[in-house]
Every structure is written in structure tokens, then in C-alpha cells.
Design a protein around this ligand. Structure first.
Ligand code: ZN
Length: 169
């Protein structure tokens, strides 16, 4: 018996395995069938439906008819639009059945790299600018204090020379 999974998916974006264009997302999810490696959704974008009808066997011989779903951008077959399906797999009819092997998925909120000051303050690339007042100074951002020290040293040198001149007099 083939198991139909209707558990709500995490927030996913599905893309073409070949050209990586967006095809659908988890908000369109109807069900998934692990045994057939299919993700069935009610909406898709950037797809074309092949006009040639084909038959195949899901549970018994020739119990289904379908048309191929193609990626509109690169033309690769990414799934099937079932016109007729075995009685126990009625969920396939009326939905776009994407082949799990032909698509990729990206889960929202799973970024590999995050900005250090996410949403607040300047971007990391801007640290070191004068506007980054409340962020600790990055390496190489100590130029203002160096400048102040140089000024102070010049002032001390000048004072010293003045003092030496006074002593000589
Ligand atoms: Zn594609």
C-alpha cells in the first residue's frame, strides 16, 4: 500500500534541478508520496505541460494517464500532470506532481551566512565608517586615535624644544 503524506511542510521553495528557476513552494502543497518520489502541489510557476498523453503503472498495469510537466525555461521534465490515476491515488489528479529527483528545495530561514548586525545598524562592510558609533571599531579603524596621538607628540616635541631654548638662554 502506497502511503500518502499530507503533513504540513516547513516553508520551502522548490526550484528546477537543472536551471534553478522557481517552480512552486510549500504553500501550494497537497501531499507527498515517498514511494513514488512525488511532491503534489496545487499551483506552479514557469512550467509547460507536454501535450502528449502517456500511460504508466502506479499500482496495477496501465492504471494511470499523465502528461509531462516541463520546466518552461530549460525544458527538462520535472513532473507529471495525472489525468487518470489509480483509485487509491486520487490525490494525484488535479495537482501538479513534481518528481522529487528533478527538483531542488530551499527552506526559508536556513541561510548559511548571516550579517552580524542583522536588521540593526550599519552593514558589516560599512563598519569603520564614522556612522558606526555604537559598534566596536574593526581592525584598521584606529586612524582617528592615531592622528590624535601624532598631534599630541608634535605638541610635546615643540614644548620640549621651547624648554631647551629657555635653558640655553
Ligand atoms: Zn529548468
Amino acid at each position: 500500500m502506497i502511503e500518502v503524506n499530507r503533513d504540513i511542510l516547513p516553508s520551502l521553495v522548490f526550484t528546477c534541478g537543472q536551471c534553478h528557476r522557481i517552480l512552486t513552494d510549500s504553500q501550494e502543497f497537497i501531499c507527498s508520496i515517498e514511494d513514488l518520489e512525488l511532491v503534489v502541489v496545487k499551483g506552479a510557476t514557469g512550467i509547460a505541460i507536454d501535450k502528449i498523453q502517456q500511460g504508466c503503472s502506479l499500482l496495477s498495469a496501465n492504471d494511470s494517464t499523465y502528461c509531462c510537466i516541463l520546466c518552461d525555461h530549460c525544458g527538462v521534465a520535472v513532473g507529471r500532470l495525472y489525468l487518470k490515476a489509480n483509485e487509491s491515488l486520487q490525490c494525484l489528479q488535479g495537482g501538479f506532481s513534481f518528481d522529487a529527483k528533478a527538483i531542488n528545495s530551499h527552506q526559508l530561514g536556513q541561510c548559511e551566512i548571516r550579517a552580524r548586525t542583522a536588521g540593526v545598524g550599519p552593514l558589516p562592510c560599512m563598519i569603520g565608517n564614522e556612522s558606526a558609533a555604537d559598534t566596536p571599531p574593526a581592525k584598521g579603524a584606529s586612524i582617528p586615535s592615531e592622528h590624535i596621538l601624532l598631534e599630541r607628540m608634535e605638541q610635546l616635541e615643540a614644548d620640549l624644544i621651547k624648554g631647551m631654548i629657555l635653558v640655553h638662554q
